[in-house]
Design a binder for this molecule. Structure first.
Ligand code: LLP
Length: 463
């Protein structure tokens, strides 16, 4: 994730401050295609538009801040994943990245399945008509109420995450007179090259059952004995925002190793494996993500090869991309409120949102880019830190970026690649109201998640 401080480039002072930034682009008005949603363009009048609607109009109609989502891009990415994996594999969109009823309908129409990880996500999926058998239910501590709801609804699979849960799900299923399809999530002991908080396959963490020490094999033994469960496969998710396929390679090798051990011990060939999500996207010009067809090819080859070596029938593969489907499809539109140059340091640009609509910069030190979108400018680049309106100095939206030196209050700036883990991780810190999500397509914009109101806040406050 890290880039080194660049010694060159325009500056306010003689010494460029510490930071993670490249040299400013030659022309700040040019949008880097890599980080913007597909239909985003800058018009002849200098105003950026998406889905045929310019941002000045969007701001006027819907206010700022707002997440602006390119529906055509979302559908195209969902379709690309579906097509890449063909009919021999299943793609489960990870709803935690961003879920709303419109999104569920798009997924349904584009032939994707859905991974949910809470009762709330399950309720959203079911209420928007996702067939239950195309839903996978995840989580390391599902409540009995959540499990009951999922089993009753008939979800396609529950991914078991602990020894307690094996018993809990079996008990619920049995008491409902059902046999629930399940997978067991294992930790394969892979160190994914990503932020510590979003790496999930090393052993010292809360998810899954370790392969090490025979624990995963023991979990399989127990699951196979319980009448309420139909064990259909093994699950592994190694982490998030990963570019390097070698982690998946090791994971597939170890998962197939377990399938082989299960075959040898129980005479059972489990029909499915799930390799999770985690594929990285471009947040800045320095990131080079892989296309779904490359990922599909790599994963199917790895699994095929491993199974051939183990003399196993190749199981049906599933994957769970979240960020890689929705992340690039949206940007956050902010209005600039204040511009504060600090001599010898950088210029602080305050916007009307902040860590309540994007916690990723504060939480993971995530890098983003930003652009002036309501007009063009020929002014020189200035080094900025885009900050929010919260009472906290860690309230950083974009840590280091360049914007034109004539930036002024009232300008609209946009932060690309905020489709994943921004609205879904948004908070009400400082009682700031969560922004709406506006879907734009073919010249039409519609609210798919409305802006929160003070009434919404006060409705919960019943003291
Ligand atoms: N499958 C499972 C079991 C997961 O736990 C996750 C993400 C995914 C799939 C989807 O991963 P993706 O393709 O979106 O990377 N809040 C963090 C990311 C946490 C991811 C949690 N699990 C962030 O903002 O980077």
């Amino acid at each position: 994730m890290s880039r080194s401080a660049h010694p060159a480039g325009p500056r306010h002072a003689d010494v460029l401050p510490e930071g993670h930034y490249s040299a400013p682009p030659a022309d700040l008005n040019v949008l880097d295609r890599k980080v913007w949603a597909q239909t985003v363009t800058r018009g002849a009048d200098g105003v950026v538009s998406v889905g045929g609607i310019d941002v000045n109009r969007l701001a006027e109609e819907f206010g700022t801040p707002a997440y602006i989502l390119d529906e055509a891009d979302f559908r195209a990415r969902a379709r690309a994943w579906r097509t890449a994996f063909g009919t021999d594999a299943d793609v489960f969109y990870a709803g935690k990245a961003f879920l709303s009823r419109a999104v569920v309908r798009w997924l349904n129409e584009e032939g994707l399945n859905l991974d949910v990880c809470s009762g709330g996500e399950l309720a959203t999926a079911l209420s928007a008509g996702m067939p239950a058998d195309r839903i996978a239910f995840h989580g390391n501590n599902k409540s009995v109420a959540e499990i009951t709801r999922a089993v009753e609804a008939g979800v396609g699979r529950i991914v078991l995450d602990s020894f307690q849960e094996i018993v809990r799900v079996a008990h619920v299923a049995q008491s409902l007179g059902k046999r629930q399809k399940v997978q067991i999530r294992i930790t394969v002991g892979v160190e994914a090259h990503t932020h510590e908080f979003i790496a999930t396959a090393h052993e010292d963490q809360k998810f899954g059952i370790p392969l090490a020490g025979g624990q995963a094999a023991e979990a399989v033994r127990r699951a196979l004995q319980l009448d309420g469960l139909e064990l259909i496969g093994i699950h592994s998710h190694i982490g998030s925002q990963i570019f390097d396929m070698s982690g998946f390679e090791v994971a597939a090798h170890r998962v197939v190793g377990l399938l082989k051990a299960i075959r040898d011990e129980h005479g059972v060939e489990l029909p499915e494996i799930d390799l999770g999500g985690g594929l990285g996207i471009a947040y800045t010009s320095d990131d080079d993500p892989r296309e779904p067809h490359e990922i599909a090819k790599a994963l199917t080859e790895i699994v095929g090869r491993e199974c051939e070596a183990a003399r196993l029938r190749t199981p049906r593969i599933s994957v769970e991309p979240g960020r890689a489907v929705v992340g690039p499809t949206a940007f956050t539109l902010y209005e600039v409120g204040t511009v504060k140059p600090l001599e010898g340091l950088r210029t602080y640009v305050s916007v009307d949102g902040g860590m309540s609509d994007n916690i990723r910069t504060a939480l993971y030190d995530a890098e983003y880019s930003v652009a002036l979108v309501s007009r063009t400018s020929d002014a020189a680049p200035m080094l900025v830190r885009v900050v929010g309106k919260h009472c906290e100095s860690g309230d950083i939206v974009v840590k280091d970026a360049f914007l034109p030196a004539d930036l002024a209050p009232g300008d609209l700036i946009a932060q690309p690649a905020t489709g994943a883990y921004c609205r879904s991780m948004a908070s009400n810190y400082n009682h700031v109201l969560r922004p709406p999500v506006i879907a734009v397509k073919d010249g039409e914009a519609r609210v798919i998640v409305r802006r929160e109101t003070e009434d919404d806040l006060l409705r919960l406050d019943v003291g």
